[in-house]
Design a protein around this ligand. Structure first.
Ligand code: PXG
Length: 485
């Protein structure tokens, strides 16, 4: 079908009639044909992290509508979204409560700043609610518009904290290779993606990296996951000693690496990291941009791994992606130091934006009052993890499955038993990702790992649909590689 008129009868597409369950639902959304959209997109839009030449030749998929865990494209295809957008649509698409909150707030007070001795009800409500939902030591929150800005803010807070302690020499921040902390200059520098560093001749000073706890890819063949995790955690201690503990301000890590491949360290990793940070008086920062707000079945991923950070970076699930917002939560002792020592020279026009804050409040109340996180922990999380492990047990190109709650990484491998990886792993991942997409399933590939992170409201039958579509895509990938099933 083509969309040439202002008003489009979506019901002409068989599946689309199910969007709201009515037979003649009309949508204003798509006024152009897919071909016209693609041509205009290619002519005027630069996409993030994309090879634009190749993308423009192939043409983008135009997403026009979403509801629950499903997306619809401009050709009327119904696609199941196993990535919750980009790890963010925790309450699922189409929640009217969030739209209503934005509408009401835009009419009441669409914008006001919080710079010059002013505040407003939405940011007050949000801060109080975050204090209630986060562990007890977090009582203060600073706002921004994204996870990247959140990590920029973390750096500013860390340096200010040590200045207030009269220890300005503590300025090095230790992060990890293959971490993702955003794409501002500071976020990109903190992150450990080599391909991003290559395109950033200007980096932030005093940031160094240690190795990641990626057992499948980097452990020696005779190491247990726990031995390997301990070895990688102890690199932090070595790095601190090398730099001098008096010069080290903070360590930052994602509790599990998200974009880096859903890499879950063994259970002894984070307690050891915490022990080292405490021993050398180094602030511990958990980047909860993906792990926060229920992904692992706990409200925050650091609770799943059992450690207590001094700072947490929040974004994505904070608003379920309905509007942009990020935040940093400060441990009471860090907050106190900032509060008691004069001005903190940092802020953004939209820090604590009233509409974003109102949407965040509505979103967090849904997560809390509908017991969505509890359901992930007790029901849908274990169900997804079990279904994946049963379905792919013994699959000839699946090396390991990592994850908890509603986040998982599936490792592609040439020889699963010996952990031998494909020489062209990135291409195999892309192939598998394309098979998923062609089967109307969105999964993400990071190199040779296939990632899932569906909306937290997903049901068991929808999980079954994802797993069976993923199986078909993995089988097709193996067949294309000439591997016998
Ligand atoms: N920290 C973490 C852990 C993230 O995953 C950011 C910070 C930055 O957030 P903003 O809002 O500035 O993008 C992220 C973002 C992917 C993908 O392809 C992942 C992210 C963003 C875009 C794509 O997996 N994570």
């Amino acid at each position: 079908m083509s969309y040439k008129t202002e008003e489009v009868a979506f019901a002409t597409t068989p599946d689309a009639g199910q969007i709201v369950g009515t037979s003649k639902q009309t949508l204003k959304a798509t006024a152009r044909s897919t071909a016209d959209y693609r041509a205009l997109d290619a002519a005027h839009h630069l996409h993030p992290f994309s090879d634009m030449g190749a993308l423009n030749r192939a043409g983008s998929r135009v997403i026009v509508k979403a509801h629950g865990v499903y997306l619809w494209d401009s050709d009327g295809n119904k696609i199941i979204d196993a990535m919750a957008g980009l790890w963010c649509v925790n309450v699922g698409y189409g929640r009217k409560e969030l739209a209503d909150a934005a509408y009401r707030q835009m009419q009441e007070l669409p914008y006001y700043n919080t710079f010059f001795k002013t505040t407003h009800p939405p940011v007050i409500e949000l801060s109080a609610l975050l204090a209630e939902l986060t562990p007890a030591q977090f009582n203060h929150f600073f706002y921004c518009n994204s996870g990247s800005e959140g990590n920029d803010t973390v750096l500013r807070i860390v340096h200010q904290y040590w200045a207030t302690q009269r220890r300005p020499a503590k300025k090095f921040v230790i992060a990890r290779k293959n971490a993702y902390h955003g794409s501002t200059i500071a976020g990109g520098t903190l992150g450990g993606m080599a391909y991003m560093h290559e395109q950033m001749p200007s980096k932030v000073e005093n940031i160094v990296h240690i190795d990641q706890p990626y057992f499948f890819g980097e452990a020696a063949s005779d190491q247990t996951p726990e031995e390997f995790a301990l070895e990688r955690a102890r690199q932090l201690e070595q790095k601190i000693l090398e730099l001098g503990a008096d010069n080290v301000a903070a360590f930052i890590g994602e509790p599990f690496q998200g974009a880096g491949g859903v890499i879950f360290p063994a259970a002894n990793y984070w307690p050891e990291i915490q022990r080292i940070c405490r021993k050398y008086d180094v602030l511990l920062v958990a980047d909860e941009v993906i792990g926060g707000f229920g992904r692992t079945g706990e409200w925050f991923a650091h609770q799943y791994f059992g450690f207590e950070p001094d700072l947490i970076t929040l974004a994505k699930g904070l608003t379920s992606g309905y509007v942009p917002m990020g935040a940093v939560g400060l441990h009471e002792r860090v907050a106190r130091a900032l509060i008691e020592h004069g001005e903190f020279n940092h802020g953004l026009t939209y820090s604590g934006h009233p509409v974003a804050a109102a949407v965040a409040v509505a979103n967090l109340k849904l997560l809390r009052d509908e017991k969505i996180v509890e359901r992930v922990k007790a029901d849908t999380g274990p169900y997804l993890q079990n279904r994946l492990r049963e379905t792919f047990a013994g699959h000839p190109i699946v090396g390991e499955i990592s994850g908890a709650g509603l986040v998982a990484g599936v490792q592609l491998a040439l020889e699963p038993r010996t952990r031998k990886r494909f020489d062209n792993g990135g291409e195999v991942g892309t192939l598998c990702r394309d098979f998923c997409f062609n089967g109307n399933l969105v999964m993400r590939a990071t190199g040779d790992r296939m990632l899932l992170s569906p909306p937290l409201v997903i049901s068991r039958p929808e999980i079954d649909e994802i797993v069976s579509k993923a199986k078909a895509a993995f089988d097709a990938t193996a067949r294309t590689l000439g591997i016998i099933l």
